[in-house]
Ligand binder design. Structure first.
Ligand code: 48H
Length: 266
């Protein structure tokens, strides 16, 4: 502990803590009002976020877990092979994910490779993330337009109410995208408030579901776009099981719809 040669720079605890606090606060301040808030960091939300951030919009992705990627790390039944039906592989190849055609029109890839690339592509495009943050409610404005989200830390919402009297906070945005998967939490909140009726997703029918899902991806209510599995829940469409082309293409479609709104309202 004296004259030995140091490998690392001479930086201590207070600098480390300060870097974390100021970095987080600077980003957070910027995302108090964003162009787009995406609730849910699964494949559909990540692809939508990537496309929108690439176009130069401020995108904030809110995720209740610490890890991003949702159900995209694994295929079905805890087996980590991801399948996509054509043309889903085009999105994977665009991101540099190798995939193999196992039968005409069906492609297989490794979950960890595909998922990490999708996450990295959203980061590289400039999307920002709030992990361990759970959607709690919507912000509604004139005419019932969705104008943001109310969130809390995930640990706060998972502890018993009597020891966590912590109010949530609101974040505003020009567009909100519900990418929360089967739960369709944002859409469900509008149902709870008597704004929408939500039928819930239908039984499995892969050949029908993915086309329908991409077709129905779009605005479900003023200011709110729905993507991914949440579309099936919102419109009562059949589920597709462990195949993900629909999620990737739905994310792209959601971004296209959001771009129209963002450009029209500039
Ligand atoms: C913050 C939240 C909240 C909340 C949820 O489930 P996901 O992977 O969603 P998609 O739609 O991008 O992909 C669905 C796909 O993974 C899948 O399950 C398929 C294809 N199933 C077919 C079938 O037949 O079952 O990701 C959603 C993300 C997750 O990371 C959640 O943790 C997060 O949203 N999330 N984040 N606040 N209230 N609810």
């Amino acid at each position: 502990m004296g004259d030995e040669k140091k490998i690392f720079s001479d930086v201590g605890e207070k600098e480390v803590t300060s870097a974390i606090v100021s970095g987080f606060a600077q980003d957070f301040q910027k995302y108090v009002f964003s162009d787009v808030i995406i609730v849910g960091g699964g494949p559909s939300g990540l692809i939508a976020g990537r496309e929108l951030a690439k176009e130069g919009f401020n995108v904030l992705i809110i995720e209740r877990n610490n890890y991003l990627g949702g159900g995209f790390w694994l295929g079905g039944f805890l087996m980590n092979k991801i399948t996509v039906r054509h043309p889903g592989e085009e999105v994977l190849r665009e991101l540099g994910v190798p995939c193999e055609e196992v039968t005409p029109g069906l492609f297989v890839t490794d979950g960890p490779h595909a998922c990490s690339k999708v996450i990295a592509s959203a980061c590289e495009a400039g999307a920002k993330f709030l992990q361990m943050t759970v959607f709690d409610d919507v912000v509604l404005r004139e005419g019932g337009r969705v104008a943001g989200v109310v969130v809390n830390w995930t640990p706060v919402s998972s502890l018993p109410r009597e020891i966590t009297c912590v109010d949530p906070i609101a974040l505003e945005s020009r567009v909100v995208i519900d990418a929360t998967g089967h739960d369709a939490c944002v859409v469900r909140k509008l149902e709870e408030r008597g704004v929408l009726k939500v039928p819930g997703f239908g039984a499995m029918w892969v050949e029908k579901s993915e086309d329908l899902l991409v077709e129905h991806t779009g605005e479900v209510h003023a200011g709110l776009i729905v993507t991914g599995m949440a579309v099936a829940t919102a419109f009562g469409l059949p589920r597709m099981g462990p195949t993900f082309g629909g999620m990737l293409l739905s994310g792209k479609r959601a971004a296209e719809v959001a771009l129209h709104t963002l450009r029209d309202s500039k």
